[in-house]
Design a protein around this ligand. Structure first.
Ligand SMILES: Cc1cc2nc3c(=O)[nH]c(=O)nc-3n(C[C@H](O)[C@H](O)[C@H](O)COP(=O)(O)O)c2cc1C
Length: 202
């Protein structure tokens, strides 16, 4: 993986809160790989730890009130500070899982404008979550994120990595490396451009 710029700060959102979720092994692998890079800081966002209620009001509308879930403040800071986001997402009924949308929908949308997002989908079956993947394009655009073209799809995730995130199927390494290179390219480009200001009213 080639990293040639400074101050890269990646948030990795794990898209499942199920007991024994398979996504944990993939998120662990991704966090471990990114932590090996000198100039990258990485933070796992785990909706299980955040324990957010089903969204009733956006963060901006509740941040100063007692209704605001305490974990939302730290999440908002992490998202604001990050220079790119990786979403590690299962596919639930061919769609985006609630652990993802119920986490990101709280924000509107200064935390995301105009940052790159890399999408990693997975499933226990053959398709690697690609059907949910196709739904993400318009969702991420609505949030103000810039989707990186290359999506990493991991079929049979339970056989691809062990529970600690160690790789069992070697081809994942090259696929992840290509995915991460692309995300880092967009991270450098968009970070530099955001320094010059944001378009419109954002
Ligand atoms: C509510 C639900 C819906 C699912 N729908 C799909 C699906 O549409 N396509 C698919 O390939 N797998 C589907 N699965 C199987 C998941 O690929 C498998 O359970 C995977 O481990 C989910 O990720 P997680 O364990 O990290 O939650 C579904 C699982 C659940 C719990």
């Amino acid at each position: 993986m080639r990293i040639d710029h400074l101050a890269t700060n990646v948030c990795v959102l794990l898209g499942s809160v199920r007991p024994n979720r398979n996504g944990e092994r993939l998120a662990k692998y991704i966090v471990n790989e990114l932590e090996k890079c000198d100039d990258v800081s990485v933070q796992l966002i785990d909706p299980k730890d955040l324990n957010l209620p089903i969204l009733m009001a956006r963060y901006d509308d509740i941040k100063d009130s007692q209704e605001c879930p305490p974990s939302l403040h730290g999440l908002q800071k992490a998202l604001t500070a990050c220079t790119s986001l990786i979403i590690v997402s299962p596919e639930y009924n061919h769609a985006i899982p609630p652990a993802v949308s119920n986490t990101l929908d709280y924000f509107s949308h200064a935390e995301f404008y105009f940052k790159p997002v890399g999408l990693v989908t997975y499933s226990v079956g053959q398709y690697g979550g690609v059907r949910a993947g196709s739904q993400y394009a318009s969702y991420l655009r609505a949030l103000g994120l810039v989707g990186v073209p290359r999506v990493l799809s991991v079929p049979e995730v339970q056989n691809t990595l062990d529970k600690d995130g160690h790789v069992l199927v070697n081809s994942l390494r090259a696929s992840f490396s290509a995915f991460a290179d692309e995300l880092m390219w967009f991270d450098a480009a968009l970070s530099a451009q955001r320094e010059t200001g944001l378009p419109g009213h954002h």
